[in-house]
Design a protein around this ligand. Structure first.
Ligand SMILES: [Zn+2]
Length: 343
C-alpha cells in the first residue's frame, strides 16, 4: 500500500521546561525517521496550518482565543502543559497535519498516511488544554472528515493514556466510534469500561482499561475479542489511529510491556479493517511515546506495516503469562453487550 508521511518540520520549536517528557529531542527522533523513509522512496510532505473553522468544530471559541493569545509567549496552561513562543504555530501545524492526512487518503493516490506531530492531542478537551495537548489533533481530523461527507469514522487510540478529550468530544455522536486501550487506573483517570457514551452515542465509546503490566498477549486478546469485532460491526468509512507509543516496554511514563513488533501487529490488524470497509483508508497520528529509541522503532514498525504487502498480523509470542487482557475484555463485553455482538 502507498503511504505518505506528513512531517511537521518545525516541531522542535515547541519547547517545554527542562525535564518535561514532551521534550524537543522527540522532534529530532521524528526528523530522523522521516528522513530515513524519504530516502527509501516514501513521500514526505509538510502540512498546512489548521484553520480556525477546522479547529472550531471541536473546540470552543473562547478556548481558541486563549490559545491564540499564547502566540509569542511561554505560558503554563495546566500543571503538565506548557507553551514556548512558537507553540501556537506548531500546534496549528500539528492539527493541520492530521487534517491533511485525512484529505490525502480521501482524495488519493495514497491510502495510508501517518502524521508525525508535536504537541500530542488526545487529552485536549473542547475548552481546556491538558496532558501536554493543546488542540485535539485527531478530533479535529475526524470532524473534518465528517464535514466532508464521511458518514462513519472509527478512532482507535492505543496510547497508554486514555484519550479523555477525544472521548468527551464525540461521546454523544454515533457517527464517530471511539475505541481505546489504556493503562487503568492511571492518568487522566477516565476510561472505565462502563463509560460507553451517552444519548445517541451510547455504545459508540469502547474502553478497554488494562491493569499496569499488560503484555503483547493482553493487547492481542482485547483486539481479537473486542476492538476488531466492534470495528467490523460499525463498518467505518475511515479509520484514524491515535498512535501513542508510551505503552512500549521501554517507556519511562507508562507501565506496560508492549514490544515494538506488537505495534506492527496492531497496525496490520487495523489496516485489515481499513481494507475491508474503508477502501484501505487509514490515518495514523502520533500521540505520546517518551523513550526515544522505542519511539523511533515503533514509528518505523507502523510505517513498514502500512507500506508492506498485506498479511495476517504477526503478533510476537509473549513469554509472560498475564490475565489482564481477559479481565479487560470481559468487563468491556459486559458493559457493551446491549450494543455489540461478541463471540
Ligand atoms: Zn500517552
Amino acid at each position: 500500500m502507498s503511504v505518505v508521511l506528513i512531517h511537521t518540520e518545525r516541531f522542535a520549536e515547541h519547547q517545554t521546561p527542562p525535564g518535561h517528557p514532551e521534550r524537543p529531542e522527540r522532534a529530532e527522533v521524528m526528523d530522523v525517521v522521516a528522513a530515513r523513509w524519504r530516502e527509501r522512496g516514501i513521500d514526505v510532505v509538510a502540512p498546512p496550518e489548521a484553520t480556525r473553522e477546522q479547529l472550531a468544530r471541536v473546540h470552543d471559541d473562547a478556548y481558541l482565543n486563549v490559545i491564540e493569545k499564547t502566540a509569542g509567549r511561554a505560558v503554563k496552561l495546566d500543571p503538565d502543559t506548557y507553551t514556548s513562543p512558537e507553540s501556537y504555530e506548531i500546534a496549528l501545524l500539528a492539527a493541520g497535519a492530521a487534517v491533511d492526512a485525512v484529505d490525502r487518503v480521501m482524495k488519493g493516490p495514497h491510502r495510508a498516511a501517518m502524521a508525525l506531530v508535536r504537541p500530542p492531542g488526545h487529552h485536549a478537551e473542547r475548552d481546556r488544554a491538558m496532558g501536554f495537548c493543546l488542540y485535539n489533533n485527531v478530533a479535529v481530523a475526524a470532524a473534518h472528515a465528517r464535514a466532508n461527507g464521511v458518514a462513519r469514522i472509527a478512532v482507535v487510540d492505543y496510547d497508554v493514556h486514555h484519550g479523555n478529550g477525544t472521548q468527551h468530544i464525540f461521546e454523544s455522536d454515533p457517527s464517530v466510534l471511539y475505541v481505546s486501550t489504556h493503562q487503568y487506573p492511571y492518568y487522566p483517570g477516565t476510561g472505565a469500561a462502563r463509560e460507553v457514551g451517552s444519548e445517541a452515542g451510547r455504545g459508540f465509546t469502547v474502553n478497554l482499561p488494562l491493569e499496569v503490566g499488560a503484555v503483547d498477549d493482553d493487547y492481542r486478546l482485547v483486539f481479537d475479542e473486542v476492538v476488531l469485532p466492534v470495528l467490523r460491526q460499525f463498518a467505518p468509512e475511515l479509520l484514524i489511529v491515535s498512535a501513542g507509543f508510551d505503552a512500549h516496554e521501554r517507556d519511562p511514563l507508562g507501565g506496560m510491556r508492549v514490544t515494538t513488533p506488537a505495534f506492527g501487529a496492531m497496525t496490520m490488524a487495523l489496516r485489515a479493517v481499513a481494507e475491508e470497509y474503508c477502501h484501505g483508508r487509514i490515518v495514523c497520528v502520533t500521540e505520546g511515546g517518551y523513550d526515544l529509541h522505542a519511539l523511533a522503532a515503533s514509528i518505523d514498525a507502523v510505517v513498514q506495516t502500512l507500506s508492506d504487502a498485506a498479511s495476517d498480523p504477526r503478533w510476537p509470542s509473549s513469554t509472560l503469562a498475564s490475565s489482564r487482557g481477559r479481565a479487560s475484555a470481559d468487563a468491556t463485553k459486559r458493559a457493551l453487550g446491549p450494543s455489540w455482538q461478541f463471540s
